[in-house]
Write a protein that binds this ligand. Structure first.
Ligand SMILES: [Zn+2]
Length: 138
């Protein structure tokens, strides 16, 4: 996942513009850490918890990741989701994760770019854009 680590950092200071944590806005921060998306993330985890409450070994393994404190494992579960489960569960899982990623991406861009419709290729924060919203580093 290293190629994701400079998602926003390549043309600005890299600090997340959506929260005041002061963290680098890498994929880990975006997907599992940023408090800006906590409510949506909580919804995803709730839905995945229901999905994986199958009583079998795999389901139990995924539940322990969802309920655990290890954010790296959670990130792996969400993004590198080779979840090796039944087709129905895989399909539902993919749909939930895609909706979650879409939603947090929309929240991020409506906050940083004032709801302008942008291609994902043009949503790296340029230096100087919205400096007044940046409290992390200043
Ligand atoms: Zn953040």
């Amino acid at each position: 996942m290293d190629h994701f680590s400079t998602w926003s950092a390549r043309d600005n200071d890299g600090a997340c513009k959506c929260c005041t944590v002061g963290a680098l806005e890498d994929v880990k921060h975006f997907v599992v850490d940023c408090p800006k998306y906590a409510a949506v993330r909580k919804e995803l985890i709730g839905s995945l918890t229901k999905l994986f409450s199958t009583g079998d070994a795999k389901g139990t393994e995924f539940l322990s990741v969802l309920q655990g404190k290890n954010k790296n494992n959670l990130l792996k579960l969400i993004l590198a989701h080779e979840i090796d489960h039944s087709k129905v569960i895989c399909k539902k899982f993919d749909k939930l994760v895609h909706c979650f990623l879409y939603e947090i991406y929309e929240i991020r861009n409506s906050f940083i770019f004032s709801s302008k419709k942008l291609s994902p290729l043009n949503t790296c924060v340029k230096s100087g854009v919205n400096d007044r919203k940046v409290s992390a580093k200043n």
